[in-house]
Design a protein around this ligand. Structure first.
Ligand SMILES: NC(=O)c1ccc[n+]([C@@H]2O[C@H](COP(=O)([O-])OP(=O)(O)OC[C@H]3O[C@@H](n4cnc5c(N)ncnc54)[C@H](OP(=O)(O)O)[C@@H]3O)[C@@H](O)[C@H]2O)c1
Length: 245
């Protein structure tokens, strides 16, 4: 079905990235992922006969520009093309802005938007040679809605949606599409330390009456990477159980 198609996923070791990597492998993509550290999931894939020659992972920090260039080069050397890019790696820090230090502000902005811009630039150069590609930016409903304690994160995701819209205009005529997926609150490491009171408040306000699961998100990623969405670009789509409706 997607035999021969190649997808790059940033932060594929756990959480949403892990679910995206597994979904794309199940869809017959060749998948290249990176994260700073390994996980049981990554090690199992690397050792599996089933995915031999179809899965590539490297330890790399998205904030390291040279490592990112090297990663894209390696993927291109190995698979000779890149059809999909899922910018998934991201970081949130639940903290009021007046209490947030410079290092944390820089870390969030650098990972959630700075490194995404650079990785996307590097990958788009490969896609331009092919005149085709689909880029999916994992944003957040917090990019368009305010939530106390997430100002820097919110700013970074709003910027990401801006990148989606302008890049869609830049690359559309070259057959490359760019869209954002904006999840609501999803049950991953990112939300595991959220106070129970806050969690139940969110669940109460969510029409579907629960937090999201990573598997709630993967169908849209699969769709946005596929030709089924061939006329969709520059859009931000929320999957949040109706929280923002
Ligand atoms: N969970 C939610 O409720 C929620 C809601 C809306 C949007 N999102 C977005 O969804 C995306 C995934 O979130 P998640 O909940 O799955 O997070 P997560 O469980 O914390 O996983 C983050 C992934 O990114 C990798 N990563 C983090 N920093 C990195 C760096 N500097 N360089 C390379 N890889 C890095 C992590 O691996 P290492 O730590 O090993 O590097 C891990 O694989 C993020 O963009 C997030 O903003 C999440």
């Amino acid at each position: 079905m997607n035999n021969g198609k190649v997808a790059v996923v940033s932060g594929g070791s756990r959480g949403l990235g892990k679910a995206i990597v597994q979904t794309l492998l199940d869809e017959d993509y060749k998948v290249a992922a990176f994260s700073r550290s390994e996980s049981d999931f990554i090690n199992t894939l690397r050792e599996s006969e089933k995915y031999r020659g179809r899965f590539y992972w490297d330890a790399a920090d998205a904030a390291d520009d040279a490592a990112m260039k090297q990663f894209v080069l390696q993927v291109y050397r190995k698979f000779s093309r890149i059809d999909g890019l899922v910018n998934n790696a991201g970081l949130n820090l639940d903290q009021l802005l007046p209490l947030t230090n410079d290092e944390d502000i820089d870390r969030i902005l650098n990972l959630n938007i700075g490194s995404v811009i650079k990785l996307t630039r590097n990958v788009s150069r490969v896609m331009l040679k092919q005149n085709s590609g689909s880029i999916v930016n994992i944003s957040s409903i917090i990019g368009s809605r305010g939530f106390k304690g997430t100002s820097v994160y919110s700013a970074s995701k709003a910027a990401l949606d801006g990148l989606t819209r302008s890049l869609a205009r830049e690359l559309g005529s070259k057959g490359i599409r760019v869209n954002s997926l904006a999840p609501g609150f999803v049950d991953t490491d990112m939300t595991k330390n959220m106070p129970e009171k806050q969690k139940s408040q969110i669940i109460r306000r969510t029409p579907m009456g629960r937090l999201g699961e990573t598997d709630d998100m993967t169908g849209l990623v699969r769709f946005l990477l596929s030709p089924e969405s061939s006329f969709m670009t520059g859009q931000t789509m929320a999957i949040d159980g109706g929280l923002t409706c």
